[in-house]
Design a protein around this ligand. Sequence first.
Ligand code: TLP
Length: 352
Amino acid sequence: MNTGTTKPIDLRSDTVTQPPPEMRRAMAEAELGDDVYGEDPSINRLEALAAEMTGKEAGLYVSSGTMGNLVAGLAWCERGSEAIVGDSAHLLINEVASLAFVGGVQLRAVASDARGLPRPEAVEAAVRPTAGMFPRTAMVEIENTHNRGGGAAFSAPETRSVTDVARSHGLPVHMDGARIFNAAIALGVPAADLAAPADSLTFCLSKGLSCPVGSVVCGSAEFIAKARRMRKIVGGGMRQGGVLAAAGVWALEHMVERLAEDHANARRLGEGLASIQGVGDVTDPVETNMVYLSPRTMSAEEFVAALRERGVLCGGGYGRVRLVTHYGVNAEDVDEALDVIESVARGAVSAG
Ligand code: TLP
């Protein structure tokens, strides 16, 4: 039995990434002002760059992806209205019902395909009639890349199959594009092309782009002005937050292209897992930086615990183990993790 790795290999999430030294330097040297007065040059620069790269008019720096999706939802949806989401959306499952809690917005979950895209016919059927007794449908939400969908990267035509339905009812679309740059690199297109079918999007700086914190909401100038008020309501005024935003500027300039390495490492991991006899079902094809494994011989929780004991960290639940590649993991780490996984899988097979 493989007794473990020489150092912990953390495949739980790309949120565990540490800022590179040059990014820390950019943070230390950032020009600062009071963002609530609109005077922080580093935040203003980040917001302008984010808007340009996503093809939107304006941007808004927020502390997290959860805050970004919340303030966007609050800007689109009034209390007592309803937002349509796919039934495996991060917003529905992993954001502590924030829109319901803070905004009084009801989420209506609709069937999605295996990669997480809401089915257009399910979205069509979920739009409420305008009669007095119904909640008003106020927004449709989609996710790209899709976390529970195995890191699926949706092309603009795929996304449009859903957003066209929203548009035919005059509904705005918010895109949870936490990993939109992973999608753009995987598909070989600008992020702006993928964001185009949506009216607004949130993307994260503190995942594969390796910033310590932060996300940006992008959309029309009018929408961002509303979202800015909502950010203030939830206590998200940034003051001298430029010390953090400078990391985001540096990341957008230097960390986007390298996401291809994470994708290559994830493919290596997926192929390695698929070649381990009896380990279970593995994401195929691996589209971006995530690999899911449904272990055959033990529960996901047992699998995660057995790997953790041997220095490989990953996440697990609902019968699946998630492994995510990122800036802190290289090809040798992937190979070392595969050795550990093979040994755990072999141990379980011979014990069973
Ligand atoms: N996702 C985290 C966990 O919450 C599951 C992760 O490790 O993947 N949208 C998507 C698609 C996300 O994956 C996440 C974070 C968020 C939004 C929220 O971002 P944060 O954590 O910055 O609030």
